[in-house]
Design a protein around this ligand. Structure first.
Ligand code: SAM
Length: 255
């Protein structure tokens, strides 16, 4: 099995601690409160296995999920079987060329942090703006450099986390190295997926380079790409953003 297939197959187990219904409640609230047009269609950029796409489609939205990974899109299509209002395509989010425009865009779970160069970041934001209707909203989450630096020793100390679903157990070992001057984190992550029935173990490792943002640069890049920031939160519970928040959720409106 390729690494791509491994992550697509086990993604929902590896992230089974997440409250996708709660996050989708948040999205619906933001659509109601911040979009300047009624939200009926949503593009899920970097959709992975379609966690939010499927939940939004079940709630009646017309959804297009986009991901650069063929394996993720295959898995998303399997999960959305029978949902006629959900479709999925393999595409690079930095260069979306679609005939349709959407009322809302989402990029959940740090997708924007993958674009570590300013050029890629702007290509990504302009590409998302290009597929949104004027007055539509763009919702995404990422890392606040100030909060991450405040908890630097926590992130840079190796940690182990467990996820369990049915007879499957996943063990995550993770450590970050933060380059504060460049505003990036290098995350080394190793997953051991154990089938408790058969005793088989599959181990994979990967490294990620993640961009950490200041609020002012986010506002600047979003404005450059045709967005205006409408709200920022610490999390999907709408807790107010503080200096010490390591994560941040941004709601931007397409001008
Ligand atoms: C951390 S996952 C998040 C998946 C999903 N949004 C979620 O909430 O679980 C990041 C996703 O972004 C996708 N991705 C990375 N670079 C991309 C690009 N240039 N264009 C489209 N998708 C990309 C990856 O394949 C991966 O599925």
């Amino acid at each position: 099995m390729s690494s791509d297939d491994f992550y697509a197959l086990y993604y929902d187990l590896l992230y089974s601690h997440r409250d996708i219904r709660g996050e989708t409640d948040f999205l619906e609230r933001v659509f109601r409160e911040h979009a300047k047009i009624p939200v009926r269609s949503v593009i899920d950029v970097g959709c992975g296995t379609g966690l939010h796409s499927v939940e939004l489609a079940k709630r009646g939205y017309r959804v297009l999920g986009v991901d650069i990974s063929e394996a993720m899109i295959r898995r998303a299509k399997e999960k959305a079987a029978g949902l006629e209002n959900a479709s999925f395509i393999v595409a690079d989010a930095r260069a979306l060329e679609l005939s349709e425009r959407y009322d809302a865009a989402i990029a959940m779970y740090g997708v924007i942090s993958y674009f570590t160069s300013d050029g890629d970041l702007l290509r990504f934001l302009r590409s998302v703006r290009g597929v949104l209707r004027e007055g539509g909203v763009f919702v995404f989450d990422t890392w606040n450099v100030l909060g991450v630096l405040e908890k630097r020793s926590y992130y840079e100390t190796p940690s182990t986390h467990f996820r369990k679903s049915g007879s499957m157990l996943a063990v995550k070992e993770e450590v970050w190295r933060i380059d504060a001057l460049e505003q990036v984190a290098y995350a080394d992550i190793s997953w051991s997926v154990i089938d408790l029935r058969s005793g088989s173990v599959d181990v994979r490792s990967h490294s990620l380079k993640l961009r950490l943002f200041t609020i002012r640069e986010l506002r600047h890049f979003l404005s450059d790409a045709g967005f205006e920031v409408a709200a920022m939160f610490e999390d999907y519970a709408c807790r107010p953003l503080a200096e010490s928040s390591s994560e941040l959720v941004v709601v931007a409106v397409a001008r």
